[in-house]
Design a protein around this ligand. Structure first.
Ligand SMILES: [Fe+2]
Ligand SMILES: [Fe+2]
Length: 170
């Protein structure tokens, strides 16, 4: 998704019917609970990643598609709605892109504003995985959430590689 579109999405509220149907066709009650607590812009991003993986642009042959799409829909659940102000979301996006070292330097738990926003951005994979695990989400999906920002390593499986690629492009 283009940066401009992401910024516009920060101000919208609700998914349209078609997007909602896609989400509901993949997630059970616990998954929906997690999904619903994300902000609109994170929900929209998740749906865009899922749709990209379901499109012809990606070769998902050999991949376990259902957990992959669930993982796409839930990968950013560690970013809780209302926790980060929209201006800090924009700053975090810019810092992640242009000044990655500042993320660890400035990212502090419990501090106000931007520091906390950076903290959440850094820790959302493990936090999201913990939330999903607590609600009994499929371990394959939990693992996708947990590792979606890991550098590629010998444990990176096909589903994770596909998700990471789709996330980076959307
Ligand atoms: Fe993420
Ligand atoms: Fe993401």
């Amino acid at each position: 998704m283009a940066v401009g579109q992401r910024v516009i999405n920060l101000f919208r509220r609700k998914l349209n019917k078609v997007d909602r149907e896609l989400v509901e066709s993949y997630l059970d009650e616990a998954g929906l609970f997690l999904f619903n607590q994300m902000s609109f812009s994170d929900q929209k991003h998740a749906v865009t990643v899922a749709r990209y993986l379901l499109s012809e642009k990606v070769d998902t042959q050999g991949a376990n598609l259902r957990p992959l799409i669930k993982g796409a829909l839930l990968h950013d659940v560690g970013k809780v709605k209302g926790e980060i102000a929209w201006w800090n979301r924009i700053l975090v996006g810019l810092i992640r892109r242009f000044f990655p070292r500042l993320r660890t330097k400035w990212g502090k738990r419990g501090e106000g504003g931007l520091n906390h926003a950076l903290y959440v951005d850094l820790h959302h994979p493990s936090r999201g995985a913990y939330m999903a695990e607590s609600l009994g989400i499929d371990p394959t999906v939990v693992s996708l959430i947990k590792h979606h920002h890991d550098e590629p390593n010998e444990r990176t499986n096909l589903e994770l590689a596909l998700l990471q690629n789709a996330d980076a492009k959307n």
